[in-house]
Design a protein around this ligand. Sequence first.
Ligand code: FMN
Ligand code: SF4
Ligand code: SF4
Ligand code: FES
Length: 634
Amino acid sequence: MRKRFADLEEISLSYKESGRLIKRRVTICAGTGCVANGSLEVYNEFLKQLESSGIEHLIKIELKKESSDAVLVSSSGCQGFCQMGPLVTIEPDGIMYVQVGKDDVKNVVERTLMGNEVIEELLYTDLSSGKKCKGTEDINFYKRQKRFVLGNCGRINPEDIYEYIASDGYKAARRAILEMTDAQICQEILRSGLRGRGGGGFPTGKKWELTRQSVSDIKYVICNGDEGDPGAFMDRSIMEGNPHSVIEGMMIAAKAIGASKGYVYVRMEYPLAVKRLRIAVQQARELGLLGLNIFDSGFDFDIEIMEGAGAFVCGEETALMASIEGNRGMPNPKPPFPAESGLFGKPTLINNVETLSSVPKIILNGPDYFSSIGTDNSPGTKTFALTGNVVNTGLIEVPFGTTLREIIFEIGGGVVNDNGEIDPDAFKAVQIGGPSGGCLVEEHLDLPLDFDSLGKVGAMVGSGGLVVMNKSTCMVQMARFFMQFTQNESCGKCVLCREGTKQMLALLDDIMEGRATYETISLLEELAGAVNKGSLCGLGKTAPNPVLSTLHYFRDEYYAHVEQKRCPAKQCKALLTPVIIPELCKGCGVCLRKCPTGAITGSKKEPHVINEELCIKCMACLEACRLNAVTIGG
Ligand SMILES: Cc1cc2nc3c(=O)[nH]c(=O)nc-3n(C[C@H](O)[C@H](O)[C@H](O)COP(=O)(O)O)c2cc1C
Ligand code: SF4
Ligand code: SF4
Ligand code: FES
């Protein structure tokens, strides 16, 4: 039965009352990363073990259910520390167990839930101090974060609308729809200083106001959940872990601009996000929060979930709209901007998942609260996917203005070498902003991260990928990785993006494979400028960024490849030469037998030698030698 909006308060109250009767809450992370590591088996094992131990337990808090002393077994969205998953938290004890397997569950039930004991072996160990950490308050990865949009991710069950309502969910939408005019909502968002998290950082309030002023019989709100950047999973985690915040943000946006229909565009490679969004939309409809006459206000708004086929370019707003219309996802020139003529030619507001998810909290806590976080021109927080050569990888959220040093060395726990050991001298660079971004180096470690300061040093916030690289990373290879990505993803509409990226890729290959001259580098730079100028959309316009920024900060490394045919990081296979260290070689002949070209000669028990002319650099000898007598020269 459809419940009425007035029940929001009642739901929240009775949920909280029933919740107080729960003795413990065991939350098993069921984000994509933990599910892939077996967290659903862990979840089921908890139910099984509790059942056989005769402990009263629930999988959901039933409103008005008089139960006491029960254990609630709940799943959650991503808690960020995916590398340590499956994660299990136990409240109110403040315990977080990491890398929990199915076989650990019996132990947790008997020792922690029945015996009130903290199991040391399942706690996270801080690598630098060797200390065991009981819960998130003790773990550096969490301590320095400010989880604003991710606050509910990992804390509530994303498939239970009552949990969201009990954490003040849909209060902001009710206030916006019943107590505020459309112009007032736009003003509040403008005053908060919120800037779009989809990459460009455009002021959200300004975009809303422009769309509000467009006159039309129908308008649309689109949530951009395409997220095609390699390594990025911020939006996915929000959609999976807190889908109602996205729906609520869209409701407020719809009221602000006068839209009656909304779409969430999610790539089909995100099946869990699609599933949870669908459940959330259904639940919101059942409570009358979506559909006709919401809050008896006369305001109608409903949402459809659209699955995209997973092309990076479909995240570009005009391509995305073409895709929803059933056409091939290719960008179109702007103007007209979506605010005037967007989906089906009607005024359309298109915002990123994280942008929309921030909105309810801004309306609830006020724009001043939001603008007090972060920096003057980049208020609020930003989620980043921290990956690469750091101790702690995962999904983080920090206020704008946090420095790279804080992120890499405090939250990330420091840079690791190729053996996975913390090494204070190992830091080389960090790539920020994915294929549209650039890299930053040692001199930028104390730079406060925000939209404007990153732009000034040739990088960008982008969608928030942060890849930390140690000294054994080849920067030419890194640039090539992103160039290969954009080249594959180019939709082909513009010649310079389609052909120019292909040529840039070929030039990078020439550098890495020893065929390049100085002219190759000049040509690469010239082409980078042309691809930027001659491309229609952001994909092509920003495709040269990784190349340009590595050329800026690591020109010597490019020159070493070109001039000396040497890869300083010893990564470019074609430029490496295997050599045998005579002092270490015992003449066992293992390498000789493995060599496919007969390049290795030598008598038994005598040091062997490699004939460079016959060597095809397959490195089979390097892998085969157990005495480490074969090494890389060059
Ligand atoms: C190639 C390309 C891919 C993009 N992919 C995304 C994406 O996955 N998600 C997103 O929100 N914005 C993406 N954008 C930016 C969108 O075009 C648009 O600016 C954004 O969704 C607006 O939301 P915001 O104002 O909240 O940032 C992409 C842009 C380009 C050029
Ligand atoms: S710049 Fe590239 S991706 Fe964008 S429209 Fe042109 S060809 Fe397509
Ligand atoms: S790299 Fe390959 S071809 Fe060259 S010496 Fe070693 S095994 Fe032989
Ligand atoms: S999926 Fe569990 S912590 Fe990210």
